[in-house]
Design a protein around this ligand. Structure first.
Ligand code: SF4
Ligand code: SF4
Length: 112
């Protein structure tokens, strides 16, 4: 296998092609990137439209306890909930979703 030697040496002497995300050298998201979903509890009227249209069932709205639960691990970041929410209580920005060690849902308490 002596023909592999130049490749091995080149790889040993060059920088890694992968990045140590999220520790260093995080790239700016590209234009139009669909990033994190955020809820503004103060604007929400608990209508439940977001939960009805969500194709991946990532949102649950519970009127009795005035809570929204959002599962970022089910979410496919399609922004359908953002478009349907009339009071503009859901926003989406270009931030990457952070990596996590365990799955969990976010609970949003909606004030009276
Ligand atoms: S976040 Fe928007 S669509 Fe969802 S329950 Fe609240 S007001 Fe309705
Ligand atoms: S972005 Fe799409 S998948 Fe994610 S919560 Fe909203 S409707 Fe559901």
């Amino acid at each position: 296998m002596p023909w592999m030697l130049p490749t091995i040496l080149r790889n040993l002497l060059s920088r890694p092609v992968t990045r140590r995300y999220p520790f260093d050298d995080v790239r700016e998201p590209f234009a139009g990137y669909k990033g994190r979903i955020d809820f503004d509890a103060d604007r929400c009227d608990l209508c439940g439209d977001c939960a009805r249209v969500c194709p991946s069932l990532a949102i649950e709205v519970t009127l009795e306890s005035r809570q929204i639960t959002y599962d970022p691990f089910k979410c496919i970041y399609c922004a359908t909930c953002v478009e349907i929410c009339l009071p503009r209580a859901i926003g989406q920005d270009r931030r990457y979703t952070k990596p996590a060690l365990s799955k969990g849902v976010e609970t949003i308490e909606v004030p009276v």
